[in-house]
Design a protein around this ligand. Structure first.
Ligand SMILES: [Fe+2]
Length: 156
């Protein structure tokens, strides 16, 4: 299904994050880059893109639907997953025993893959369908402004 162009800034970030999540799984399965490279990349992408992306969804994309009482269960699931991904990032950041690190990295990567698929296949299409046109316009404007402020190379 084609994405509403107003949600594209979030979908482009999904693609970059998904690629990193797949590289993480491959590294854990020892079929590609070393794990240290992947953890450095996770740290960088988390700060530059993933955390701001969660913030944009939570403050720009979801509130209009929440105010109208739309897609409540799906949004609650997304918010719970954001919370778990935050927890897992903190655990990865603090390192610890190698077996724990592997365990946290695998849960982090697999949850990210499932989370992005859920948003792209279920949540975004549902929001595009139920949100009034003027709300989608406002969301599109705010997402573009947010994206400009937070894209790599700019200081928020
Ligand atoms: Fe997302």
């Amino acid at each position: 299904m084609k994405r509403d162009p107003r949600l594209n800034p979030l979908s482009w970030q999904h693609q970059r994050t998904l690629a990193l999540a797949h590289r993480t799984v491959a590294a854990l399965d020892k079929v590609s880059v070393p794990l240290e490279t992947v953890t450095v990349d996770i740290d960088m992408l988390w700060r530059q893109e993933i955390e701001p992306h969660f913030h944009a969804e939570e403050t720009i994309l979801f509130p209009p639907a929440q105010r109208l009482g739309l897609c409540q269960d799906a949004i609650e699931q997304v918010l719970r997953e954001h919370q778990r991904l935050h927890e897992l990032f903190r655990l990865i950041e603090h390192g610890g025993a190698l077996t724990d690190l592997h365990c946290h990295l695998r849960e982090f990567a697999e949850l990210l893959i499932q989370h992005i698929r859920f948003e792209e296949r279920t949540v975004f299409p549902a929001l595009e369908k139920v949100l009034p046109e003027e709300q989608l316009e406002a969301i599109g404007r705010d997402l573009s402004a947010f994206h400009e402020q937070t894209r790599p190379g700019t200081i928020p």
